[in-house]
Design a protein around this ligand. Structure first.
Ligand code: WT7
Length: 657
């Protein structure tokens, strides 16, 4: 890429607050010292083998790892079933009456599902799929709202040895069709629709559109009746479409699980890359289950007998796969499952859910936290949040101020915040604190977990011991992607070619004097200002550090003199004036906090930022707006109106300096 002398991303933003593990957490924590790190460093394969033995095996594995870079095979020779590990073994251990999910629909309907009930439902669904001709090795597409049947369908696939491919319910019919065709799915499981912001949102018409003129591999569509009367007439195609309650309910509640091989495909999950064609990320059975169970237990310090855990992501993303379905169920945890938005019927919906179910562990995204900051802390204050013990964050870098706000207002200064770095491709958490062990620094994901090898390198691939560079992974890990479905070359090229022998998936990071990892965002988002590489994350954190700012997105726009100029889109907290004088103050604030090089050329105030449906800020779009370009494809945008608004504001912005 570049020469050696201009090696890394510069590192400006210094955060000096730190929080040692709280005594309250340490009293009961699963881990309070570094012993697990030491054990894993001594022999990482033996360490993962010990974790894998926590699962129930039909046949024990013979080898731990075979590694032919970049292809890993974990726990070969073993046989197991993911749904057996998530359900049967808990029921057999006498825990059938433990609650697996407290489901809360957006309209307020509630359902409590025990492990025994979940096993019954999964078995019926597995039998229904078998009756429709789905066999071990087939693929099943799932396109559903956040309802229990989504988890049931996934586990039913795992039970009979079919791989699921969940397509997020907010995606379009074209996106669904492309994914169905790539995976050649035999069956599609969907619903008439779901609830969002108080409105019924139909899904079945999208599924129909996806299968019109495409998706020929799909022989049957199973449709859950979620909306019922509220759905506009749900058309059912004779011979193809079946209602869930008709095809599943009458099946026997006994469905023998397939004895799968460790490396059998558990699921595909498509992520968009730099090109238009989404990548079908492949996850297999034993390694994936080992690492999601391990991380879910230790990162959240899970006590399954007493904790009530809530991951507020959508199951349609990897966060939901790993930390709503497989990790928590493998650990016998009790989870909350919530269908809808955080502001329906009021902006305190999350806090009322936490109060009602006495949630002890909350896992959510920085975008949600920054939204709550914008709405103001009064929405939390009326609720009893004293059950909370551990708070987690995932999906984007969490700005130090958002971290501190989360700790203070949600955690009432008593809960550790674990910032967890990972990706669809890594399958499970890779870099994160451990609540009873790690001294936290706001905004840092701290250290690689036991067993994980991570290093920051410069342009030439040389490890950096302090400062900014590229985050790479130095050894295989059990939950790693096994490839891109149908395209092994693209796998090697995308992840293993930039730095030979290392996995690199596009994030910048820096190491501080104490060896803490700080994520700096995607390297495509790094700006180049007068020859300095400035991370968007650092400038955003400096902006959010100002008491008036709730959220900020920073991009580099082409500039004749400086190469790129920093343009900041800023959302202020309720009641703050968004005027020119305030913009000036924010520019000064960034210059003071980071240095004059990082002073934004323009501040554009906006009520909302364009985000993907998983909550990531779309900086590409903002760059296009800043440079006055045509916006191209905006289909992954969650709210189309945001961009128009921004465009008109950017046009109003006077040229500066
Ligand atoms: C990308 C992966 C991981 C599940 C949800 C997203 C960013 C994720 C963090 C974090 C900084 C983070 C990275 C990563 N990211 N977690 N704690 N700190 N950045 O999965 O859609 O595959 O996205 O999300 O840029 O590469 P994904």
């Amino acid at each position: 890429m570049d020469g050696d002398e201009r090696a890394t991303i510069e590192d400006f933003f210094a955060e000096d607050r730190s929080f040692p593990p709280d005594d309250r957490i340490r009293e009961s924590a699963l881990l309070t010292d570094a012993s697990l790190y030491e054990e894993a460093e001594a022999d990482f394969e033996a360490f993962w083998a010990a974790q894998a033995r926590q699962l129930s095996w039909f046949e024990p594995f013979e080898t731990v790892l075979s590694w032919e870079l970049p292809f890993a095979r974990w726990f070969e020779g073993g046989r197991l079933n993911a749904s057996y590990n998530c359900l049967d073994r808990h029921v057999e251990a006498g825990l059938g009456d433990r609650v697996a999910y407290y489901f809360e629909g957006e309209p307020g309907d509630r359902r409590t599902i025990t492990y025994a009930e979940l096993l019954d439902e999964v078995s019926r669904c597995g039998n229904a799929l078998r009756s429709l001709g789905v066999e071990r090795g087939d693929r099943v597409a799932i396109y559903m709202p956040m309802i229990p049947e989504l988890a049931i369908a996934m586990l039913a696939c795992a039970r009979i040895g079919a791989a699921h491919s969940v397509v997020f319910g907010g995606f379009s019919s074209e996106a669904l069709r492309g994914r169905i065709e790539d995976a050649e799915a035999k069956v599609l499981i969907t619903a008439d629709g779901g609830w969002r912001r108080g409105q019924p949102v139909a899904l079945k018409p999208n599924a129909d559109a996806a299968l019109e003129g495409g998706g020929a591999s799909v022989a049957h569509v199973i449709v859950v009746r979620r909306l019922g009367e509220a759905a506009p007439d749900t058309a059912m195609k004779e011979g193809r479409d079946l209602w869930w309650h008709e095809v599943v309910a009458d099946q026997p509640a006994h469905c023998p699980p397939e004895a799968m091989e460790s490396e059998d495909l558990l699921y595909l999950l498509y992520t968009s890359g730099t090109t238009a064609r989404p990548k079908g990320i492949m996850h297999t059975t034993a390694g994936y289950l080992t690492q999601v169970a391990f991380t879910h237990r230790y990162v959240f310090d899970l006590h399954p007998e007493t904790d009530v855990y809530w991951c507020a992501a959508d199951i349609g993303w990897v966060t939901g796969h790993s930390y709503i379905v497989y990790g928590p169920l493998a650990n016998g945890a009790t989870s909350v499952l919530y269908e809808g938005t955080p502001d329906h019927p009021g902006r305190d919906r999350w806090w009322s859910i936490i109060e009602r179910y006495k949630v002890t562990i909350l896992y959510c995204a920085p975008t949600a936290i920054r939204t709550f900051m914008k709405w103001g802390s009064e929405h939390l204050e009326a609720h009893d949040l004293s059950s909370l013990r551990v708070l987690g964050s995932v999906g984007e870098p969490i700005n130090p101020e958002a971290w501190v706000w989360y700790r203070q207002h949600v955690g009432r200064d008593r809960c550790p915040v674990v910032d967890t770095w990972w990706q669809t491709e890594t399958g499970a958490i890779m870099i994160s604190p451990l609540p009873g062990v790690t001294t936290l620094k706001p905004g840092s994901a701290t250290f690689p977990l036991p067993g994980i090898g991570a290093e920051v390198v410069d342009d030439a691939g040389r490890p950096v011991s302090r400062g900014g560079g590229y985050l790479t992974l130095t050894r295989p890990w059990p939950a790693m992607l096994r490839g891109i479905y149908g395209d092994p070359e693209r796998y090697t090229e995308t992840y293993w070619s930039r730095f030979p022998g290392r996995y690199f998936a596009g994030d910048g990071a820096k190491l501080d004097d104490d060896g803490y990892f700080w994520l700096l965002g995607r390297v495509d988002d790094v700006m180049n200002v007068s020859g300095h590489r400035v991370s968007t994350t650092e400038v955003e954190s400096a902006l959010v550090d100002h008491p008036s700012v709730a959220e900020a997105a920073v991009v580099g726009a082409t500039d004749a003199t400086t190469g790129q100029a920093i343009i900041a889109y800023v959302t202020v907290k309720a009641g703050v004036a968004a005027d020119g004088a305030h913009g000036e103050e924010l520019r000064r604030h960034v210059a003071t906090r980071i240095g004059p090089i990082a002073r934004p050329r323009a501040i554009i105030f906006t009520e909302d930022l364009p985000k993907t449906r998983s909550g990531k800020i779309m900086r590409r779009l903002l760059r296009d707006v800043a440079e006055g370009r045509d916006l191209g494809d905006t289909t992954t945008l969650a709210d189309q109106s945001v961009v128009e608004e921004l465009r008109s504001r950017a046009a109003e912005q006077p040229a500066e300096e």
